[in-house]
Design a protein around this ligand. Structure first.
Ligand SMILES: [Zn+2]
Length: 323
């Protein structure tokens, strides 16, 4: 599929819009999926998120957006070294980033000195200026595409802030050892370009302890939004980020995950692909096929936040299959 920037910008919708809709229609049973027991140790609990310690010097923000408080909305986190602290994601609004910066000060004695945006969707990026409140210094890291789309689409994000963004490589590399590295002092963070959920995604990764901040390449127990997705790249990127060794995965939405949850997620994505290929071959429209599609019960519960999510996933597959 060729990338037409104007068309792309015109139809792009943030994850946030869909989660906002979800909060009003989500049944109680599905909400419980989100409140699943955590794998981390909760150090702060807010109406909009929990902050969970997942290793020495590493914390995950697990947002709880379904009560209507969208301060953070997306997941993210903090990674601390001896000299610097890196935040993952800019969150839905500056108040989310300001909250995390204050928590960073409490937990590490430092505000975040770096922030990485995993992709351009507003719930992950639009609050990034909150890390620079009152003149605080915090270097923004994003791919050029992520930066440009955030600047174009979010009037609230100061363009001057993003103009100073450190541009990450967007080229999908042959091996993880070629990733961008940030040295926080006794701790190296790797930023790996992958793509698939959008045209430009990155993951934020540690080798020891083995932790992957997945951005929206992974949604745990929740059906992902394919609005900007290239499905074959998406599934490939998810397979690519899964490690052979015991690893903790911080998804873009939903609770913390281990290999078992990633395997279930890949199986679910694979079933969607099979359903889309079958319907495409049979000449059924993406709309109709998506509306009648059901996931196997063996895949367990998946929160479906909007009735358009299955047709949208099928439409994304059809775009590729036609091309
Ligand atoms: Zn997203």
């Amino acid at each position: 599929m060729t990338f037409d920037r104007r068309a792309f910008l015109g139809k792009t919708v943030t994850c946030a819009c869909h989660l906002a809709l979800a909060a009003s229609v989500m049944p109680v049973a599905a909400r419980k999926v989100w409140a699943a027991e955590t794998l981390g140790h909760v150090v702060a609990r807010e109406p909009f998120a929990t902050l969970e310690k997942i290793a020495d010097g590493v914390w995950a923000v697990i947002s709880q957006p379904l009560n209507g408080d969208r301060t953070t909305l997306a997941n993210g986190g903090l990674i601390a070294g001896k000299n610097a602290v890196l935040a993952v994601e800019g969150f839905n609004g500056p108040a989310g980033a300001e909250w995390l910066a204050a928590k960073s000060m409490e937990l590490t004695g430092m505000r975040p000195t770096h922030v990485v945006l995993t992709h351009h969707h507003g719930d992950h990026a639009n609050g990034v200026s909150g890390f620079q409140t009152n003149g605080a210094q915090c270097a923004v890291h994003a791919t050029a595409m992520t930066r440009d789309i955030v600047v174009e689409r979010d009037a609230k994000t100061p363009g001057a802030l993003l103009a100073r963004t450190t541009t990450l490589s967007a080229a999908v590399l042959l091996s993880n050892t070629e990733a961008t590295r940030i040295d926080l002092g006794g701790r190296i963070v790797k930023i790996i370009p992958r793509g698939g959920h959008t045209q430009s995604d990155v993951t934020v990764e540690l080798d020891d302890p083995s932790i992957v901040f997945c951005g929206d390449l992974v949604w745990n127990a929740m059906f992902p939004n394919y609005v900007d997705t290239t499905p074959s790249k998406f599934v490939g990127a998810v397979r690519g980020l899964k490690r052979a060794k015991d690893t903790l995965y911080v998804p873009g939405h939903g609770s913390l995950a281990k290999a078992r949850e990633i395997d279930r997620y890949i199986a679910m994505l694979t079933e969607v692909e099979a359903g889309a290929r079958k319907a495409f071959k049979a000449g059924v429209s993406a709309e109709e096929a998506g509306r009648t599609f059901m996931l196997s019960e063996s895949l367990g519960p998946w929160a479906l936040f909007s009735n358009v999510f299955y047709p949208r996933a099928f439409e994304a597959w059809y775009r590729e299959l036609k091309a």
